[in-house]
Design a protein around this ligand. Sequence first.
Ligand SMILES: NC(=O)c1ccc[n+]([C@@H]2O[C@H](COP(=O)([O-])OP(=O)(O)OC[C@H]3O[C@@H](n4cnc5c(N)ncnc54)[C@H](OP(=O)(O)O)[C@@H]3O)[C@@H](O)[C@H]2O)c1
Length: 348
Amino acid sequence: MTKTLELAKGYKISRVINGCWQLSAGHSLNAAPDKKDVMRAFHMLVEAGFTTFDCADIYTGVEEFLGEFVKELKQGGGISPEDIQIHTKYVPDINLLSEVDYQFTERIIDRSLKRLNREALDLVQFHWWDYDVPGCLETAGHLRRLQEQGKIRHIGVTNFDTKHFAEIVDAGIPIVSFQTQYSVFDRRPEKSLLQYCQSKGIPLLCYGTLSGGLLAEKWLGQPAAAPETRSQVKYMQVLEDTLGWEGYQELLLLLDKHAKRHAVSIAQVAARYILNQSGVGGVIIGVRNSNHVKSNTQIFDFDLDGSEIEEIRQFLSNYRILEGEPFELERTIGSKYRNIMKMNLSEE
Ligand SMILES: NC(=O)c1ccc[n+]([C@@H]2O[C@H](COP(=O)([O-])OP(=O)(O)OC[C@H]3O[C@@H](n4cnc5c(N)ncnc54)[C@H](OP(=O)(O)O)[C@@H]3O)[C@@H](O)[C@H]2O)c1
């Protein structure tokens, strides 16, 4: 398996993408991340060839932080800022959806360009919070116009269901990637999204692969605990409605068995399992410090064989898959999944 993927003609990314939600204000529920250590982690990652980053217009303070990183690379004389790829998102606030027009979209794209210190945005992943508010397709078309003007290199999407995504594809918007939650905890993409995207040649870029760090040795044999980050809040809900704590502990034991066989870690097995699913282009792994750089840069140094993958799949098939399409529960009014979402962060 190669470490990189040609997402579009002439545009190569690393298949393990450095996720940056972890650096946004309020993501850590206890102590905020040490920004110096994170900057050190970024330099270590790009030097090891892991040059692709994922952020969003709604991750407070993160585009600016990556802009600082770009500046450091410019001054450093080592790896050039042109050799890294920064994927951002365009997530207009739910309260403002009815006001979104071309000028609105251009303003946010210009803001991302300025914050990131970039001439063009490598990939803009589009999200629309409410299908009932008209304007989703038109807005995707506005991103296309901004692409034609050279402000955006590539367009992707995040958190659509298959039906609404197909409308965007059918409208002729040249989408190169689909970012979705996909992990051993949350297999909703397997219902139809994965197959649809494969049929269109659009790879999935997956988050939640390590479930906010819950897929790690430190949780083996542990009782249920309070979440430490917003990621864990999210994935503990999924856990509650799928494996339960007992099933989760059994899963950890199974992943640990395979990890030990390869002399790697549970996190590496969990990431590799998702990377091995056909239709998956990459996994996005959150960076909150430099602790896991070594481990995450070794994900391609081993492989799971067919029987190991089948054993994990068989185990998971004993448990329910979360209800609905990807992000459907998160959109359902009154659901606990929606209640933890912050839908008005872009203007913050
Ligand atoms: N489109 C969306 O709606 C959406 C939603 C969520 C996330 N994302 C993207 O996906 C990225 C990942 O976020 P996530 O919430 O899914 O988190 P995640 O990647 O599942 O978990 C990240 C956490 O896992 C732990 N970890 C990382 N590498 C490890 C390793 N090798 N061994 C053991 N533990 C390890 C770290 O915990 P410690 O920090 O505690 O050490 C880290 O903070 C985000 O940064 C963002 O870019 C997108």
